[in-house]
Design a binder for this molecule. Sequence first.
Ligand SMILES: [Zn+2]
Length: 331
Amino acid sequence: MTIRLREVIGQDRAVNALQRAIAGNRVAHAYLFEGINGCGRRTTALALVASLFCRQPVAGEACGVCPSCKKLAAGSHPDLHLLQPLPDKRDISIEQVRELQQVLSLRPFEATRKACLIEPAERMSTGAANSLLKTLEEPPGHGLLILLTNQADLLLPTVRSRCQHLRFTPLDTADLTTLLQQQGMDPAVAATVAPLAEGSLEQAGNMDNEASITSRQTLLDTLRQVRYQQVSTVFDAGERLAGNREDTLELFTLLISLLRDMVLLRSSAASLIANTFLQGRLAEEAERFLPARLMEAMDLALETRRAIQGNVSPKLALDRFLLRYSRLRTA
Ligand SMILES: [Zn+2]
């Protein structure tokens, strides 16, 4: 779906500033969008890019139907780049910034300029931030850089001063309720969750994730109970976790997330884990593996998920996984 600036909810000040810049042909080449996670910074950034990339904008806004708008909506526009920490890395590295600079120095493929979102900008290492300075001052080929941050004062002053700084406010309860309902949340749930979410759509979404939290917990508890020497525990677990193909794929997505955390805990990288609420139990389970075996369990989970995506019976694949998982642990 194409995002338009006028459709952004709850950020009138920032949006008006951008609309005026577009109308006056004064769009800056570097912006700093500051606000809490889940308040609409990224949506606004994408709407700005859409309006600039659109082949036939209507009153300064993206048309939604041209090839450029369609590619952006599909997340496949070749001239939009995202700079984020690599998976399992805390920071955006200097190498990543250099690669970006290399890409920006090329001619745009389809749009009239290239654009890059840097998120979260405060995670740029000092080296990365320093090497970005010149690009911020003068992006090649009218490139547009949009830095997203929840705390601008964590950025180097030299970075801040080269960007036009727009502040995003936490969403108010009414706007948040509207957005949650737009995303398909039941109105009663939205009304309950919105006042508690501190102005963040992201936080509101997480609060509705209780089902997912419970299923992770159940899954981990079930995993902890399987014993290779007592095969009935494996089949009991298989019975408990069995579902159709779609359910089983979802189960493996959760499982892979748990295993990833176990690998991280075994490598003393506890600060990177996703399922923090299960940290104690995950650490206990991880300790029952030799580190190399844990990696094997991870590979096995990935392989099993691929097999289920193919044509293997989900129940059979699940049982085989549980059996091999319990063997890896005791080995
Ligand atoms: Zn368009």
